[in-house]
Write a protein that binds this ligand. Sequence first.
Ligand code: NAP
Length: 288
Amino acid sequence: MYQIIDGNETAAAIRGEIAAAVREMTARGSRVPHLAAILVGNDGGSETYVSHKVKDCAEVGFRSTLIRMDASVSEEELLAKVDELNRDPELDGLIVQLPLPDHISENKVIDAINPEKDVDGFHPVNVGRMVAGLPSFVSATPAGIMELLKRYHIPLKGAECVVVGRSNIVGRPVSILLSQKGIDATVTVVHSRTRDMADIIRRADIIIAAIGKPGFITSDMVKEGAVVIDVGTTRVPAPEKKAGWRLRGDVDFESVAPRCAYITPVPGGVGPMTRVSLLINTLKACKR
Ligand code: NAP
């Protein structure tokens, strides 16, 4: 019988721990952690993500500041705002919600953020430090996956892990974290050019699926007793839902779950852990 890895429950427990840490800081007379988010334009998805971040901050007792800028803002104006916030001593974490309008270079903006306030972990300094195994801010989804594996005591030392997908925000960083000294998993990364992919995935003790192809991982690709972490979140039509859609993962849950020791659901697995990782990083930035 498989066990569900419950991201909602785990993230709620972590938020409770963070709120307790904030109460302790307040009792000692310290300032509470402060996160600022810059939102450029009014893309629906970005609005939702940022509003979640503001709500999460409020729940744990952080201060948050939302800075809205018009979609027509120039790159120079945005960079000037980042510079101003970099120098604000009352601010611990700074994020710029992506994507940005086409006339603004995302790389330039990410490069401009002070790495010590880069709680999204996208700055090349943080990416480089993560790769080198040095203390760094790790981006939210890979950090959330590692935290889930840790809290469910999934044995990683020497485990065969197959990461499906090699994006800069999920597959690549999680593969690096899993293979780090001290974590010690044996990691294979597969992608759209991989030959005999099913054979490789079938060897895995732990499968991390991050490709954005609903139901791609089927039961014939999964070893009996494997641990399956499903990162995929694709909207698929669901006429029975009020919204007309639902989220579906990269794993065909119905057929795969019975073969697993542990599996994350979609929604309610990795997603909530991604959200809570930003809070963990902001608390860390404040404590520094
Ligand atoms: P991405 O940037 O589009 O990268 C997808 C990766 O999957 C690429 O490396 C691609 O290979 C690989 N791929 C695509 N089709 C494949 C196939 N048929 N076989 C093998 N590999 C294949 O995606 P992403 O940003 O990493 O996101 C992946 C999924 O995770 C999406 O559903 C996204 O919505 C979800 N996501 C969820 C969270 C969360 O918090 N739950 C966070 C981030 C992302 P190539 O490199 O060869 O093209």
